[in-house]
Design a protein around this ligand. Structure first.
Ligand code: CA
Length: 233
């Protein structure tokens, strides 16, 4: 799956290594070394994915991710964050800011290319079309119908919207606040606990006893669709 990838990394040797290896995978690669330039390049080139170093001169990777997520035109561009920090707290911060995945330096090139493939696989198909699928779950935006395998799933409007949001970016961890914004809207006051209540309802509607739960609860972070959920039933 060749893609246009922007690498934002200030360490010249690593930047060159990334450019070389990603190009060898068939990707069209651009590189830049600072945050200001990264924002300009994203606007100009509309990459399919950004590999973003956390520690950069000028604007930090975290701030770039935040700005990309704040704009409609760049909100859905997948981001893989690179960092020397491994602390759980930073990981959660990175994901809350909107990174789709996270690699701690040093990492192997094969690990990075595998992550890129996984991120593209799950973000690309949902960019177009009315029918979104995840494993054996099919959501039809036009008819607002949902099936799991042969079974029709009946959801209330909130659970429907919740599932739709989660299915747009399988694997991505959404903080409860992010789900509140996306499902209920930013101008409605809803308790954070409400998200848990509706995720519970969604799970009960989707899962029969003994069936695998496609939703993953990420401790102290939020919810995601489980990437290891089977392709088919
Ligand atoms: Ca750096």
């Amino acid at each position: 799956m060749p893609a246009r990838i922007l690498v934002v990394e200030d360490e010249a040797a690593l930047s060159e290594l990334l450019r070389y290896n990603l190009a060898a995978e068939g990707h069209e690669v651009s590189v830049c070394a600072d945050g200001e330039e990264a924002l300009v390049m994203v606007a100009e080139e509309a990459p399919d994915l950004v590999v973003l170093d956390w520690m950069l001169p000028g604007i930090s990777g975290l701030e770039i991710a935040r700005r990309l997520r704040a704009r409609r035109a760049t909100r859905d561009i997948p981001i893989i964050m690179l960092t020397a920090r491994g602390a759980e707290e930073d990981r959660v911060r990175g994901l809350e800011t909107g990174a789709d995945d996270y690699l701690v330096k040093p990492f192997s090139m094969s690990e990075l290319t595998a992550r890129i493939r996984a991120v593209l696989r799950r973000t690309r198909p949902t960019l177009a079309g009315d029918v979104v699928t995840f494993g054996d779950i099919v959501l039809d935006r036009e008819t607002r119908r949902i099936r799991r395998g042969e079974r029709e799933i009946h959801l209330g409007p909130t659970e429907y919207r919740l599932l739709e949001v989660l299915m747009q970016r399988p694997g991505r961890v959404y903080a409860r606040e992010q789900l509140l914004d996306r499902v209920w809207g930013t101008d409605v006051h809803v308790e954070i606990r409400t998200v848990d209540v509706h995720v519970g309802r969604l799970r009960r509607a989707l899962n029969r006893p003994g069936e695998r739960d496609p939703i993953r609860t990420v401790r102290s972070a939020g919810y995601a669709l489980d990437e290891t959920y089977p392709e088919r039933g």
